[in-house]
Design a protein around this ligand. Structure first.
Ligand code: CA
Length: 213
């Protein structure tokens, strides 16, 4: 996933870049409206957009993009005294905003939420996953899954191959979730099996799990 980071405060821009890279995002940086406009020529999944920029205003930039048909999600980074601009910003087609100084974890979770919205539904063996709502259903009936179960299910359903226990644990280990260890993984899997039904989740002894249709 590639993020365009538009921020003229050098220290903040560098800190955000470091954070985003650490989370596995690719980052394109811009420090003003002109370079932001040029950067959007390439494939971008999300824009982090400062409101007050040296050669213009992020809100107007967002408005211009939307009027040109650009659908890329925009999250505004705004200073406290720019909050009124943010209302204008959301009207201008922005998707969300955070107010400086913000907690990095909060920003990351806003980013993830926006990126999920653009993911298509996945359907397999009568199970449908809706990434925008973090919701799973079976033949139209909603399954009551925990976030951890949902993540496991997504990982399994998205692949034809065996998913190793290590890969599953890595997928579950992010800022939002509590650490899941090897033992609790087995518990989550058995609960998930009950909820999903059938015998779709095959145990591959000593290796991991595999979804079978
Ligand atoms: Ca600024």
């Amino acid at each position: 996933m590639k993020i365009l980071l538009v921020e003229d405060d050098t220290a903040l821009r560098e800190a955000l870049e470091e954070l985003l890279l650490r989370e596995g995002y690719a980052v394109i940086k811009a420090s003003d409206v002109l370079s932001a406009r040029n950067a959007l020529g390439q494939e971008i999944d999300l824009v982090l957009l400062d409101v007050g920029l040296p050669d213009g205003d992020g809100v107007n930039l967002c408005k211009a993009w939307r009027s040109e048909g650009v659908q890329t999600p925009v999250v505004f980074l705004t200073a406290k005294d720019e909050e009124l601009d943010v209302v204008r910003g959301l009207d201008a087609g922005g998707n969300d905003y955070v107010t400086k100084p913000f907690r990095m974890q909060e920003l990351l979770s806003r980013i993830r939420a926006q990126l999920r919205r653009n993911q298509p539904e996945i359907s397999r063996s009568g199970i449908t996953l809706d990434p925008a709502r973090l919701q799973a259903s079976r033949n139209g009936e909603i399954l009551l899954l925990t976030v951890t179960e949902y993540k496991i299910l997504t990982k399994l359903i998205s692949s034809r191959a065996i998913i190793t226990r290590t890969a599953l644990l890595e997928a579950l280990w992010d800022a939002d979730s509590r650490f899941v260890d090897d033992n609790t993984l087995s518990v989550h899997i058995s609960r998930l099996r009950e909820k999903v039904g059938g015998s779709h989740i095959k145990t591959v002894r000593g290796v991991g799990y595999q979804w079978v249709d």
